[in-house]
Ligand binder design. Sequence first.
Ligand SMILES: Cc1ncc(COP(=O)(O)O)c(C=O)c1O
Length: 424
Amino acid sequence: MEATREWAEQQDSEDPLSLFRKEFALPDGVIQLNGNSLGPLPRAVPDALDRVVRHQWGEHLIRGWTEDGWWDAPVRVGDRIGRLIGAGPGRTVVGESTSVQLFNALTAAARLCPDRTVLVSDAANFPTDRYLAGSVARMLGLRLVEARVDELDRVLERHRGEVGPVLCGAVDFRTGELWDVPRTTAAVHAAGGVAVWDLSHAAGAVPLDVDTAGVDLAVGCGYKYLSGGPGAPAYLYAAARHHDALDLPLTGWHGHVRPFDMADEFVPAPGIARARTGTPHVLSLLALEAALEPLETAGVTAVRHKSLRLGDYAIRLVAGLIGTDGASAPDREPQVVTPAAHHRRGNHIALRCPGAPAVSAALMERGVVTDARPPDLLRLCLNGLYVSYAEVFDTVAALRDVLREEVRTADTGLPAGRAGEVAG
Ligand SMILES: Cc1ncc(COP(=O)(O)O)c(C=O)c1O
């Protein structure tokens, strides 16, 4: 029953989130399943940007900083993103790239525990996180220890008394595994460390409660589930208990207590404003602000509920592909590597699929936008805010066709197009 398109269409007709789809400019005939890399364009963004450029910048000129709220935007948008990750007001600031915020957060974390000698970094984290952890460790003379999040307890025990900053990703960017942020944070604290989280693949997709979890610092991308667009600024969260002691390395003038004094010495602003750096990327920042509305209205909990159902559906359909019609070969069958259990699953489903980059490219030709990560993972991002059940059905059908074609190509030794002709 569930393997039919009719069933999927029925789910869509009963889906309370289906009305949010029209808030996004999704091209006809395209199934957008890589919102974990670049979210789709929210319809409100072009108009908002047009207003900012023509009216605010064009007519108000420098008065835009005050009259149009440009100056306050990093903390105003920060508060809005804060609400999506469970942060109270005045704890999140928006600006710079995620890489820059990682440098800022990690260095500040190390300065919160100057007697500690070890920086622990999630070995499965996104490359920029690992590179920056290495760089910060070198710069501060810390010993870098890499470990997977599921090995962390052992590592924290081994380095008890030495552990300082611990950087982890909340969701594994490859496998889509979701880590237990509160439990891991508590374990880091028990070892005397400072927990820094990269929330890029979780914020806006998975309900988070950074305040209650006791997270020390966190960062994340603005262009994934927050749909802020290419190059959207990142965010940095810092727990209120750290604000007074927060010694960030990027001491830009916007973080000064009295920026317009143009003083000789840097005196940090109170609260999270000290995490501001220099002049913000106003156009990108205001595009991100306009992009947040559909997600805020729908609510992360409702989006998560539907995304999990879409994921369950995809997992069942992919399981149904395996060995069904002799069209696939055992060594080419896709295997779901993302945990099925809801509390262990982030928002994208990763399939181990030999030749994943070629499969992703072939899906793209069929209008299904996915992505691949080396060596052999195909990622499907099922964002309940705009993805439908029928699209999940069509995606798995397209995947089945692509894999059949591949098997024929392998059998005949002919390229895919020719193999298609041979197969009739
Ligand atoms: C977990 C994570 N952190 C950081 C980044 C990228 O950082 P930046 O925006 O500085 O390129 C990505 C990009 O996909 C990511 O997945």
